[in-house]
Design a protein around this ligand. Structure first.
Ligand code: SAM
Length: 512
């Protein structure tokens, strides 16, 4: 039996035209480690069954709230409320302020009011994230700047809509953060319908066509998978609330956002059909099992930033040894600047500063990254492929002839393995490990202690990143020792191409 608030939500959903297979599913409270509240199967459910569906009028966003209309299209744009997230957050505040009068009142009643996303962490808690990919991406200042510079002036310009008395209660910065975080943790990105084409739903990389549930490439939407050039941090930067170039828009999807997620464990996908959205099972589910969606299988750093939790699953023992846990999709960032610093040292600082700056500018103009992502390729865990781009970059900085060739050809250097480059990479990885206040061993010990959940999540993020750094470091050292045995005593002079190791992917140059 659903709890009274959930029953009320179900009835609201059905009254407004939603369909819910009440015999098959319910919303239940699970342990925090399983996601807390989520959707469970009441009976065995076969693949291909619709769990629920809803008309588009049930979605909550800029297109369905009446605020933009009341504000006026031109004024809305003039206030820049169509850019990024401020407009949709304002719509959520506007609808919530209506109380029981809002079309979505029973939906607001069941939405969480407390979150573990780092946006709400204390300074001490945030210090636990130092060195990780989360640390610089929380974006609280940007959110607050948007509130003060865009949203507050817009509200003050329309006292007919936002009475001065209502602002402290319903439209404060605190409420802005609350609604922004609801968006961050629960919203979906959908493609907007045009006259020519029916709408589709999408996640960052994949888009499904309405109605198509049979192909491997179709993909469920995930909360807060935003498209956009600068897929950045905060409530206001992850996506446009209405991106005119990509024609995507963010919406809250009642019921679909009740599903929890775990790395590559989804049971159901959401499809956006011309008239409705439909959640359909993609594999059989046993009675009593939790029904999981996907949030796009992000690494723990991103999962923590966006959703406030981490995945802690058994990891492949061939990579990390027995009984290791974490997120198989983890990544670690290596800033290009760290590679530059070491390469400059190796070059003995002979070059002029301008020369190196010119190379860096060229790299960036060619679309090269300023932060390199190191990750394990699921299908070929032994490969070093994610080192290709930092290697190409290191060669550009290290070797004058490579720089000349790159300029002439308009292509970055090939990621050839040669001693100097490997040494640079190895030292850059070692320096990267110094960015954390603790070592991997410290963190593994800390994890055995009884830490508060936020601290524990931060430790798990750190461990995931450091494990990868150690793994890539070990592989780089093995390559150096194998290919340039004299490198051990630092006196190696032999340089050149390495033959690919058995089983290693052929090393096609990747366009940086
Ligand atoms: C889209 S909501 C899912 C429903 C949510 N549990 C609720 O009670 O409304 C996403 C939030 O659920 C929680 N969550 C989802 N999957 C989780 C998991 N595997 N472990 C822990 N928390 C999870 C996180 O708090 C996340 O921000």
């Amino acid at each position: 039996m659903p709890t009274p608030d959930i029953e009320f939500f179900f009835r609201w959903f059905e009254t407004l035209g939603g369909y819910l297979d009440r015999e098959a599913i319910d919303i239940a409270q699970m342990p925090a480690s399983e996601g807390g509240r989520g959707v469970v199967a009441l009976i065995d459910i076969p693949e291909g069954q619709t769990l629920f569906s809803m008309p588009r009028t049930l979605l909550l966003g800029v297109q369905t709230s009446n605020l933009r209309f009341a504000f006026g299209e031109e004024a809305w744009k003039a206030a820049k409320l169509h850019e990024r997230w401020s407009g949709i957050i304002l719509c959520l505040m506007w609808e919530a302020a209506k109380g029981p009068e809002s079309r979505w009142a029973p939906y607001f009643d069941i939405m969480p009011i407390e979150f573990d996303t780092p946006m709400f962490w204390s300074n001490d808690e945030l210090a636990e994230l130092n060195g990780t990919a989360v640390a610089d991406k929380i974006g609280k200042e940007q959110v607050e700047a948007d509130y003060h510079q865009k949203v507050l002036p817009a509200m003050k310009s329309r006292s007919d809509l936002f009475s001065p008395d209502a602002i402290p209660k319903y439209y404060s910065l605190e409420v802005y953060h609350l609604m922004g975080t609801r968006l961050l943790t629960r919203s979906f990105t959908i493609e907007q319908e045009t006259d020519e084409e029916p709408a589709t739903t999408s996640q960052a990389e994949d888009t499904i066509t309405a109605g198509d549930i049979s192909t491997e490439n179709d993909h469920v939407d995930a909360p807060l998978e935003a498209k956009g050039e600068d897929e950045d941090e905060d409530e206001d930067e992850d996506a446009d609330n209405e991106d005119e170039d990509t024609q995507t828009t963010m919406v809250m999807v009642p019921m679909a956002d009740m599903l929890n997620a775990r790395y590559k464990a989804n049971h159901a996908k959401l499809f956006y059909e011309p008239d409705c959205l439909r959640m359909v099972t993609i594999k059989p589910i046993k009675a009593g099992e939790q029904i999981l969606n996907t949030y796009g299988n992000p690494p723990n750093s991103e999962l923590l930033r966006r959703c406030g939790h981490v995945d802690y699953l058994s990891l492949p023992s061939e990579l990390y040894g027995d009984n290791t846990f974490g997120n198989p999709g983890d990544i670690v960032e290596l800033p290009a600047d760290q590679v530059v610093q070491v390469a400059l040292k190796v070059r003995g600082h002979n070059e002029t500063q301008e020369d190196i700056l010119e190379r860096i500018d060229w790299w960036l103009e060619e679309g090269g990254d300023d932060v390199f992502i190191l990750e394990i390729d699921d299908e070929n865990p032994a490969t070093l492929e994610s080192l290709d781009i930092p290697i190409a970059f290191a060669r550009l900085i290290l070797h004058d002839d490579e720089w000349e060739r790159a300029k002439a050809k308009g292509k970055p250097p090939k990621p050839k393995l040669e001693e100097h480059t490997l040494r640079v990479l190895k030292e850059a990885l070692e320096r990267r490990l110094q960015d954390y206040a603790t070592t991997l061993e410290d963190d593994e010990r800390l994890l055995t202690l009884d830490s508060p959940p936020r601290k524990r999540s931060a430790i798990i993020v750190r461990i995931g990143e450091k494990r990868l750094l150690h793994l890539f470091l070990a592989r780089t050292s093995v390559l150096l020792a194998k290919t340039w045995p004299s490198a051990k005593d630092n006196g190696a002079t032999n340089s050149g191409k390495r033959k690919p190791e058995k089983g290693e992917k052929s090393r096609k140059r990747q366009k940086a």
